[in-house]
Design a protein around this ligand. Structure first.
Ligand code: NAP
Length: 313
């Protein structure tokens, strides 16, 4: 079927930074049924694409743009999302979906009231091995899960001050990706039982987190998030079950059972996110799961605060 101009989903990208350039723009370009019709950028946007200095200006000037994808840091997301929803536009949120749980739930209610789609994305859930891992674990007795999410913040987030500010989540910015996979692949929910959070003396958000969770039938989950890892980077989840050991590595891209690599396939995380966004819009539905954010909130609620040396970029 050919997609005519009338069928094309016109999307506005808001906040043209690292993730918009690395992932959103190529993923939309690769999808034959949608295009970036405009941007909202305070610093210029994308060459050759109409840019607006503020979201209200775009919403006023372009009533034909039915969908808005928000790619700015989480602290600013609520105000933009509420404006777009109130203007009757479908909204896609980068992860984490907001700075607080209650603002995300309020957006969910607002979208339902206005009859538009709200998609709170968790890109790591769309990594190639995740669906197969979920299917394999569905009928297994899981005894232990171990998460190691260790990366070099200087490499991945150079100069990103927002990440160290309140609401920026610190090491939970990548760590919440692991929690988004965990909450997707486990057949039943777990609850946080302890958290040690390590804060650089000069920063408002943690550089490392050591978490424990408990689930049904004695399931124990331990997670170590650390932003001080140099050398090889680690984004691994291992689950020990009655039928063998499952290992998701490279952020969910690779799957092995008892060390035997499994064949997995997928569109790619961001192409699949945009496929799903279009599907939700067509079905008149929303997809807003706050489970990963709830675990982070619980860690901040109950966590023991440990101090470490100041962090400088
Ligand atoms: P970034 O490059 O530091 O910032 C993104 C853009 O957001 C900025 O370039 C700016 O765009 C806009 N912006 C910044 N502060 C703003 C504010 N206070 N109000 C309104 N707009 C603001 O960040 P990023 O790495 O792209 O991350 C953005 C989001 O994507 C985060 O939630 C992050 O967790 C998520 N994410 C990032 C990555 C990654 O690898 N970086 C991967 C997956 C998900 P303009 O200058 O165009 O206005």
């Amino acid at each position: 079927m050919t997609v005519t101009d009338l069928d094309m989903l016109e999307i506005a990208l808001v906040g043209v930074g690292k993730i918009a350039r690395d992932q959103h723009i190529p993923a939309i370009a690769a999808n034959g049924a949608m295009r970036v019709a405009a941007t909202v950028s305070r610093t210029g946007g994308i060459e050759g694409v109409e840019n607006h200095a503020s979201l209200p200006m775009l919403l006023h000037a372009r009533p034909d743009i039915s969908a808005v994808s928000l790619c700015m840091p989480p602290q600013a997301r609520y105000v933009y999302a509420a404006e777009a929803i109130l203007a009757g536009r479908h909204v896609m949120l980068e992860k984490p979906p907001g700075a607080t749980v209650s603002e995300v739930l309020a957006l969910k209610d607002l979208a339902a009231e206005k009859g538009v789609t709200l998609f709170a994305t968790w890109h790591s859930r769309h990594a190639a091995g995740v669906a197969a891992a979920k299917a394999w674990l569905a009928d297994k007795a899981i005894a232990r899960v171990r998460i190691d999410w260790k990366e070099d913040v200087r490499h991945w987030h150079p100069g990103q001050d927002w990440i160290w500010e309140p609401g920026g989540l610190g090491v939970f910015d990548p760590g919440i990706n692991a929690l988004s996979i965990l909450t997707e692949i486990l057949p039943a929910p777990v609850r946080l039982t302890s958290a040690d959070l390590t804060f650089p003396e000069n920063r408002a958000q943690p550089i490392a987190a050591d978490l424990r969770f408990a689930g049904a039938d004695g399931l124990a989950v331990e997670a170590e998030f650390d932003w001080r890892q140099t050398g090889p980077q680690t984004w691994d989840i291992t689950a020990e079950t009655d039928a063998g050991t499952l290992r998701l590595s490279e952020g969910g891209a690779k799957l092995a059972i008892d060390d035997a690599p499994q064949r997995v396939a997928g569109l790619g995380e961001y192409p699949d996110l945009y496929r799903r966004f279009a599907e939700l819009i067509a079905q008149g539905e929303s997809d807003v799961d706050v489970a990963p954010l709830l675990h982070v909130a619980d860690a901040f609620l109950t966590g023991r605060r440990l101090a470490t040396e100041p962090f400088h970029d």
